[in-house]
Design a protein around this ligand. Structure first.
Ligand code: C2E
Ligand code: CA
Ligand code: CA
Ligand code: CA
Length: 275
C-alpha cells in the first residue's frame, strides 16, 4: 500500500493496490477488445430430464486477452457494466449467439444472458428485435436470461418490457433464481417462462435440508405456474437424481457438459432439438 499520509495509511487493505491496478488494466484493454475481435462465445448444453436430450444451449462470453489469456466474465462483465461498455458487448453477444444458433448449431435453441444494464437501456427491445430480424433466427428459439433485480428496480417498466419481448416471440428465463431479492410473488406477476435455480442451492442440497426445501419449493411453485424449472450447476449423478425427484424438468452443469466452443460440440440430432 502507498503511504498517503500518516492517518490514511491504515485505510488500505492488503492487496487493494494490486486489485485496483488489475482493474485499471482490464478496463483499458476492454475498451478495444470488441473491435479487435477478442470476444468469443462458448456454449453449454441444457438437458431435459425426461427425454435426456439437449433442449438448448446457453451462450457464455469469453475474452481472449492477447497477453493475459482467457479472462473470466465474472472479472470483466462487472467492469463493462460500470463503464457502459456492456451495451455494445451485449449487443454483439446477442447477435453472435443468434447467428451461431442458426448457422452452426443447426437451429438449436439458445439462451443469452442479459445484463441488468442492457435491460435498463432505452432501446433494449428494439435491439433484440433487430438482432432477430438481421440474423433470421426463429424468435421462439431465443431465450433471454435476466435476473430478478431488474423486476424490482422498476416494476411497471419491467412488466411492459417483458410483455413486448414476449410479443417478439422470445422466451424469458429468470437466472440465478433464489439469490437476489427473491420474492416468489414475482413469479405470478411477470410473464416469465423459465426459472433457473441458482447453483448455490444445488451445491448445498445434498447436505442441507434447507437448500433442499428451497429447491423443492421453487420447483413446486414454478411447476404450478406452468414454468420450466432448470437446475444450474449440476455436477453429480446424486444431484441429478434428487432434482428429478422433486420436479426439476431440465438441468445444466458439468455432469452434462462444460461450456465449449461450437467446434467442440459433438454432432447432435438437431431435428430433435428444434422440435
Ligand atoms: P451464469 O449466467 O449463472 O452462468 C453459469 C456459470 O456457471 C458459467 O460460468 C458456467 O460456466 C458455470 N457453470 C456451469 N455449470 C457448472 C457446474 O456444474 N459447476 C460449476 N462450478 N460451474 C458451472 P461463466 O461462463 O464463467 O460465467 C459466469 C457469469 O458471468 C455468468 O453466470 C453470467 O452472470 C456472466 N456471463 C457469462 N456470459 C455472459 C454474457 O454473455 N453476458 C452477460 N451479461 N453475462 C455473462
Ligand atoms: Ca445464465
Ligand atoms: Ca445462472
Ligand atoms: Ca450465476
Amino acid at each position: 500500500a502507498k503511504h498517503m499520509g500518516r492517518n490514511t495509511y491504515c485505510l488500505y487493505e492488503p492487496g487493494m493496490d494490486a486489485q485496483l491496478e488489475k482493474r485499471r488494466a482490464i478496463e483499458g484493454d476492454l475498451a478495444e477488445a470488441l473491435e479487435r475481435g477478442q470476444f468469443d462465445l462458448h456454449f453449454q448444453p441444457r438437458v431435459s430430464i425426461a427425454t435426456r436430450r439437449i433442449v438448448s444451449y446457453e451462450a457464455l462470453v469469453r475474452w481472449h486477452h492477447p497477453e493475459k489469456g482467457m479472462i473470466s466474465p465474472a472479472d470483466f462483465i462487472p467492469i463493462a457494466e460500470q463503464n457502459g461498455k456492456i451495451i455494445a458487448i451485449g449487443e454483439w453477444i446477442l447477435r453472435e449467439a443468434c447467428r451461431r444458433a442458426r448457422s452452426e448449431l443447426g437451429g438449436a435453441r439458445v439462451s443469452v444472458n442479459v445484463s441488468p444494464v442492457q435491460f435498463r437501456q432505452r432501446n433494449f427491445v428494439e435491439a433484440v428485435g433487430a438482432a432477430i430480424a438481421d440474423t433470421g433466427i426463429d424468435p421462439t428459439m431465443l431465450e433471454l436470461e435476466i435476473t430478478e433485480g431488474v423486476l424490482i428496480d422498476d416494476d411497471r417498466r419491467a412488466h411492459r418490457l417483458l410483455s413486448e419481448l414476449k410479443r417478439l416471440g422470445v422466451t424469458i428465463a429468470l437466472d440465478d433464481f433464489g439469490t437476489g431479492y427473491s420474492s416468489l410473488g414475482y413469479l405470478g406477476r411477470f410473464p416469465v417462462d423459465t426459472i433457473k435455480i441458482d447453483r448455490s442451492f444445488i451445491r448445498d442440497m445434498a447436505k442441507s435440508d434447507t437448500a433442499m426445501t428451497i429447491v423443492r419449493t421453487i420447483a413446486g411453485l414454478g411447476n404450478g405456474l406452468g414454468m420450466t424449472i432448470v437446475a444450474e450447476g449440476v455436477e453429480t449423478m446424486d444431484e441429478a437424481r434428487l432434482l428429478a425427484n422433486i420436479g426439476c424438468s431440465e438441468f445444466q452443469g458439468y455432469l452434462l457438459g462444460r461450456p465449449v466452443p461450437v467446434s467442440a460440440i459433438p454432432d447432435i440430432d438437431h431435428a430433435a432439438i428444434a422440435q
